[in-house]
Design a protein around this ligand. Structure first.
Ligand code: DQA
Length: 137
């Protein structure tokens, strides 16, 4: 199985950014632990703060990977372009969030990705990513 985790804007600051919401661990450390645990899957990671780069990445991997685990962060709630890219590719996408977006501000209740995602996992901290991986096994 070939899976990729794609993280959107500000998620490069995980561990430093609002730790009371997003936790104290860096994504790099978490990703290393995931790779060690799931040695039988090919797991990649990409992060960008730039909307168009996220769209380019979805196009690049969207026809030959088995799954995308996408945390588009703030773009989840704003980006018709990322939503269209998710719709346009063949690879199934799971939308994930670290925090429970439904318990937060109203603008976070909207997702342009969810209508075309296989599913949505929100609110389990970094474990949200692992639950998404497990759904592909
Ligand atoms: C987030 C939730 C978004 O609303 C927010 O803009 C983020 C992170 C999460 O993982 O909880 O940057 O996607």
């Amino acid at each position: 199985k070939k899976l990729i985790i794609i993280n959107g804007p500000n998620l490069n600051l995980l561990g430093k950014r609002e730790p009371e919401i997003y936790g104290a661990n860096s994504f790099e450390d978490f990703f290393k632990a995931l790779k060690d645990k799931y040695t039988n899957i090919q797991l990649e990671y990409y992060q960008s703060n730039i909307e168009g780069e996220l769209i380019d990445k979805l196009h690049e991997i969207g026809f030959d990977y088995d799954g995308v685990i996408l945390n588009a962060a703030a773009y989840t709630h704003t980006s018709v372009g990322i939503g269209d890219a998710v719709k346009g590719i063949e690879t199934p996408v799971i939308e994930v969030h670290i925090s429970n977006v439904h318990s937060r501000e109203e603008f976070r209740h909207v997702s342009y990705i969810a209508p075309n995602a296989r599913g949505v996992i929100t609110g389990f901290g970094l474990q949200s990513y692992e639950l998404a991986i497990q759904s592909f096994l």
